[in-house]
Design a protein around this ligand. Structure first.
Ligand SMILES: Cc1cc2nc3c(=O)[nH]c(=O)nc-3n(C[C@H](O)[C@H](O)[C@H](O)COP(=O)(O)OP(=O)(O)OC[C@H]3O[C@@H](n4cnc5c(N)ncnc54)[C@H](O)[C@@H]3O)c2cc1C
Length: 215
């Protein structure tokens, strides 16, 4: 989905062209931050692009998703990208150019022409809660490291964990983790019992909560 040229947090901005030529689509565009884009087992990409015209009033029906074989002619992997300065090789996140890539409409189109936004949102919306779950896992790991550290480190004749300000701050961290976990459970249950559309507000809340408190 993501492209260097446009603000890609809004899928409606995506500009890669997927143009119909007879029975084929011709794809032109540039993507970046494509996770696993360099994975040795990679066989194909799912590419979101614009099949409709920008003048089309139905702005949520202008994009489609197509399957593109990784070895198709015109697929050019430009470079592996760094995350916070770190090299994520070998799977990594790739910058990729699609230059006159030709795929057959019958074999490549996912679901329907114009359904790209619908597919992307149905994946990204509830997907947010998975980010929160992972963040809780990371926070637990940090908490564990912290516990080991305050027992192993001695300052001014006492273990760090014996100082009340350290205990106080660790207690606050524990409370924040449990608050975040409780909200995740609540929203996950709402998705299970009433569906993701109904849980939209909760999903947004948990996303904000984990960004503000877990990082
Ligand atoms: C490690 C990693 C892996 C990734 N993997 C993939 C992948 O596999 N496939 C893929 O397509 N993309 C991937 N991405 C890209 C990621 O999805 C985009 O970076 C993200 O959607 C934001 O788009 P953008 O970078 O164009 O930023 P922009 O859309 O330009 O946003 C820039 C800034 O604007 C602000 N902003 C944007 N929207 C809002 C909003 N609604 N409310 C408030 N502020 C807002 C935020 O501060 C944001 O940081 C990956 C990124 C990273 C870092």
């Amino acid at each position: 989905m993501t492209e260097p040229g446009v603000a890609s947090s809004d899928a409606l901005n995506i500009e890669t062209r997927i143009e119909r030529h007879g029975d084929d689509y011709l794809i032109n565009g540039r993507k970046w931050w494509i996770s696993n884009g360099l994975h040795p087992n990679l066989k194909f990409y799912l590419v979101l692009g614009r099949t409709g015209s920008a003048e089309n009033k139905l702005k949520h029906r202008q994009h489609s998703i197509v399957l593109v074989p990784a070895d198709a002619e015109g697929v050019i992997v430009k470079r592996p990208m760094r995350v916070f300065g770190y090299d994520d090789a070998v799977e990594g996140h790739a910058e990729i150019e699609f230059k006159n890539v030709r795929v057959s409409v019958r074999e490549a189109l996912i679901y329907q022409e114009g359904a790209g936004f619908e597919i992307i949102q149905s994946r990204l919306g509830p997907g947010r809660i998975h980010h929160c779950m992972r963040a809780i896992g990371m926070a637990e790991r940090v908490m564990q490291l912290l516990c080991d550290r305050v027992k192993a480190r001695t300052a001014f004749g006492k273990q760090l964990g014996e100082y009340s300000d350290i205990q106080h701050s660790m207690a606050l961290h524990r409370i924040e983790i449990e608050k975040c976990r409780s909200l995740v459970y609540l929203v996950a249950n709402e998705i299970d019992t009433h569906g993701q559309r109904h849980a939209r507000l909760g999903i947004s809340m948990i996303k904000v909560f984990y960004i503000v408190y877990m990082f």
